[in-house]
Design a protein around this ligand. Sequence first.
Ligand code: NAD
Length: 496
Amino acid sequence: MTTLEHTTQPDILLYINGEFVKSEDGNTFENLNPFTNNKINKVYEGRKTDIDKAVMAAREAFDHGPWKKMKVTERLAYIYKIADLIDQEVEKIAYLEALDTGLPIKQTRSMVSRASENFRFYARMVDSRLIGEAYQVDDHFINYTINLPAGVAGLITPWNAPFMLETWKVAPALATGNTVILKPAEFSPLSANVLAEVIDKSGLPKGVFNVVHGYGETAGDALVKHLDVQLISFTGETVTGSTIIKNSADTLKECSMELGGKSPIIIFDDADFERALDACVWGIFSFNGERCTANSRLFIQEGIKDNFIEALKKRVAKVRIGDPLEETTEVGPLIHKEHYDKVVSYLEIAKQEGAEVLTRDIPDELKNGNFVAPSMILHASNDMRVAQEEIFGPILTVMSFKDEDEAIRLANDIDYGLAGYVWTNDIKRGHRVAHQIDAGMLWVNAQNVRDLRTPFGGSKSSGIGREGGHYAFDFYTEKKIIHVAIGDHPIQQFGK
Ligand code: NAD
């Protein structure tokens, strides 16, 4: 029985210069509940004028506010305070996120509970790892580096794990001393405003953190093109990333790109069958399959192929779809009707390409929601669109391989390179294969477990740059080198 109700929510305002405000022209758009397709609320739609206002506030806060001059310990005290305040709101944020995105509440709760750690982690990292280097040149020079905040950071986020990904960017941006404009995804605006409320409560100086809701093509675009914004950290689709890089060229911004994926899971005959099965099912069906690092391409070795596929079929048939607010739900409705249409179209494409689709009917009581049943595409080959394109839904494309070389060749024969998973009990082979998969992040005999200290990001069409750990410092800070003469080095005497 559902204990939580699907409610409507107050309208969503923008947060600019320490105030919750309507958009300048008063325009709004509707925010829909993916389970009912009813309106949750109205969202004030920021456009260029609102972005201009937010950038002006962030610029002023950066150039003339107390933020930049503040002692680092004082700045980090704000970051710890934000983390504590997030902890107090976990249930509220988990609920809003499930309502807004259709992600099962059990999963939003576990994601949101980790969000405060993004802030604490970066506070600790700045304290311990945001360090310079010193180079002595004989007895002539001491050269040393310092790290400065880059300035105004534009953070553009997707709808698939909104709060987690927003905090993942906001935390290092603020901890390193930047000021921020967050442009959340238009399909999932709710939790970003809880972040704004929390940050407001923390007493952060006004203008340091701003949220402008709106569409990518208007609000996002204005942020990307703004002369006074130094950085764009973007997470979203590969095509959008490429547009953003083009649009940011005139103002020469540094861009960090966390883009799409179509990640392989390679399971060898000698793998721990049951654990590999658990990981494979979780890796594609958790977060409704709307997960950048989902193992959406299964490569199973021929020796265990039949048994593994049989076991998969049984498990997939029992994955529980339902109301995202129910604790027992494993797969909820997809974010939006538009996205649902795209995802189901791939089941048709699979059939046209000659693959076999295993899916199931959606029960009548769920028909108002954007449900796609957990599905498998069998007898697929790696050149099919369903094996090459990011579907971003609960659909697993299944393929097989003979030996290690073939597994590596097939896994790498794709434009994406975000993540990869290797299952084998041969330790040498585990390392060897992981080294050869063209992707930013590999897991061996493991599901996707993040270690915040490590670099996060993809290669090929899956991204540019790395965030996470101290790697985020390369992006969010400007390095400066100071050369200091400690002796009288020769200086040429032109014109003497
Ligand atoms: P999207 O690219 O449609 O939108 C992402 C954000 O970009 C939204 O806030 C949107 O409003 C904004 N945007 C769109 N057009 C823009 C433009 N021209 N200028 C500026 N901003 C613009 O992506 P999505 O559909 O929200 O998210 C799903 C995608 O995100 C998937 O491809 C997924 O793989 C990817 N993703 C990647 C990672 C990662 O870490 N690599 C993590 C999560 C999601």
